[in-house]
Design a protein around this ligand. Sequence first.
Ligand code: PHE
Length: 342
Amino acid sequence: LKQKYLGQIANAADESALEDIRVTAVGKKGEVALKMRELGKMTPEERQVAGPALNALKDEINSALAAKKAALGDAALDERLRSEWLDVSLPGRGRRVGTIHPISQVTEEVTAIFGEMGFASAEGPRIDTDWYNFDALNIPGHHPARAEMDTFYMHRATGDDRAPNVLRTHTSPVQIRTMEAEGAPLRIICPGGVYRADYDQTHTPMFHQIEGLAIDKDISMANLKWVLEEFFAAFFEVDNIKTRFRASHFPFTEPSAEVDIQCSWENGTVKVGEGDDWLEVLGSGMVHPKVLQAGGIDPNEWQGFAFGMGIDRIAMLKYGIPDLRAFFDSDLRWLRHYGFAS
Ligand code: PHE
């Protein structure tokens, strides 16, 4: 019996074979147990010899099983170490890291620069009512600006005759929303996407603006000029920059000005902050009294300036990007070329 089981244990290939041997040898109904049952039929003298012998046999088989089990475990571990080895001296395989889209990067830069000057950031919905997008900004229903802005309308179901909502054509509606929510005084910028039905090298149907609004007791165009010049110098990383204010017209500002920044053109590339040329970058003016009123602010007590500029436009200038549409193509080669992706 002993020879038989010790031999089987030595040859067992794995743990389940060992378990089978354990059951047939020393299990409850195993061979050793059967022999023990026979002890009852023996004479006391026989039992005195056979009893301890069977117990010793059982112990011996159990410890052979345990030793073999440990040995199989070691072998399995050796095998794993052999097959799963790792050469830690191999060079690593690079993984590309995700990056922030250039428009988001520039939005953050702009927000940070105005933040230093005390402007908080405000946001509004991209689908807005025509009241916020137009009427509250002194652009009544018949006004030509509505047609000029190539507005996308969200049509109502038939039978619903409320005025359709619009995809906002500018960030100016956030002026009204913030005036209503916070009252005066106010110093905010409002970055975000805007929509106009237009598409060519310098226009995409969705683009980004940043609106600025400062309302206080005695705000003037001089404050506007200073704030903008501070901003442009910081954004374009130049010591100082000249701006040119050209009289213009917006329904929501009076007086209104378009603002140009100083630049130079050298065989097709623009450099900002030097030279004798000008580049138009934004619209601005003193907030129209009717607009303050629409936002619930008393125009006899408060006044303010506002401006709106294209984020995509100033990003193109800063990074020397010729085609606006590339911002929206998600072309990794393009993003890498301009250092926007790894
Ligand atoms: N909302 C204007 C536009 O989209 C820009 C602007 C904003 C002009 C604020 C004046 C004041 O063109």
